[in-house]
Design a protein around this ligand. Sequence first.
Ligand code: GDP
Ligand code: GDP
Length: 437
Amino acid sequence: MSLPVVAIVGRPNVGKSTLFNRIAGERIAIVEDKPGITRDRIYSRAEWNGRAFHLIDTGGLEFEEKDEVLEHIRHQAELAIEEADVILFAVDGRVGVTATDEEVARLLRRSGKPVVLAVNKLDHFKHQDQAYEFYQLGFEEVVAVSSLHGIGTGDLLDAVVSRFPEREEEEYDKDTIRVAIIGRPNVGKSSLVNRILGEERVIVSPVAGTTRDAVDTPFTYEEQDYVIIDTAGMRKRGKVYESTEKYSVLRAVRAIERSDVVIVVLDGSEGVTEQDKRVAGIAHEAGRGAVLVVNKWDAVEKDHQTMQRFTRTIREEFAFMDYAPILFISAKTGQRVTRVLPAVKEAADQHAMRIPTAVLNQVLRDAAMSTPPSTVHGRRARIQYGTQVSVKPPVFVLFVNDPELVHFSYIRYLENQLREAFGFVGTPIRILLRKKK
Ligand code: GDP
Ligand code: GDP
């Protein structure tokens, strides 16, 4: 199920990042479930009335330094138009309509994308009339808000959610493995795609893309259908923001959202960067299968311990993704590239794996027997039974006498036990607790 993308645009200082934090705030606190995931102030998952979505603050993007303000927010708007389903256009209600607001409004109107106008900094009810003048920008949805005090943001989000597109039809057969290849600019994503598609037994389908504008590349390998998501976008070159790192995060969100398995490409000659962890973190939170690929291995000066050392570093830096296999490859020479698709296939299979309830409960019982939950104020959690409620990724619900008694480290323990028993290589799994009535 693909989540909509909401992008915030607007002049500097109108309160975009305040609004971003207001909308994403609670979520950011909740999702700190695994160590090592890097948060940043430009991307978050968010939720309103049970509808989850991706939120992006384009104001936090840096483009070229010489950019003038107007140029800068033109780029923001361009990006939002390209990547977002709904655009949250923020203006300063105290300052009134400025020439820059008008310019941005023109761009946004021309795009035909749904726009919700947030007239910010109206902290008091008596100031709300000041929102009216913004109707001249030509948008139907104009909402007075105070991001600072959280006033009106509910109405704002109602308006945003009401503009979400209808759920899209499944684009591909459910047995087709949808693969997103993500990573910073220049790590070798395009080179890897070309290598894979050039492999002898890979048969690229003649008709590229179905419902979307031919950005995907379907192919078959060993009787398995695959599609590489968003290849055209990935190959697109020359735009000013294409080389900026944070942009690659934004670009990756939608590709991750449409995929089953994500190949996270790292540059072996440069090591791990914060940006690498950000995109990997998004894939993890989205519950996608993952394969970590260290590219440019040909360009790394090596001794017999280099691969081990690198593996250790990756395990530390990507601790939240300890389930992902790691491959050391060279898209340039072709070294080990033939292992990529089999790793993707395995991750996809495990991502879709269903464990029979009886077997699951045997493992849970054994786990509780060998290490019972510790007592809290003299009371001990009892896991009555568990069941797998969904796949892609696998989600387990465990019924417990009192979920409050279960420490997160115990859930981690159970996850490890499930992995030991069933593998789940290349896929995150989720464990939820419910109170047994
Ligand atoms: P950005 O540059 O658009 O991301 O703007 P910021 O979120 O950094 O906010 C710019 C300034 O406006 C900060 O000093 C904020 O505290 C302030 N601000 C943001 N939202 C509000 C609001 O709703 N009311 C008031 N009074 N100030 C706000
Ligand atoms: P993308 O921006 O992630 O799609 O990266 P590209 O595929 O365009 O590659 C960026 C640069 O890295 C190009 O100059 C490639 O020739 C080079 N490159 C890609 N893969 C490898 C590799 O395995 N080894 C070496 N040495 N260079 C590579």
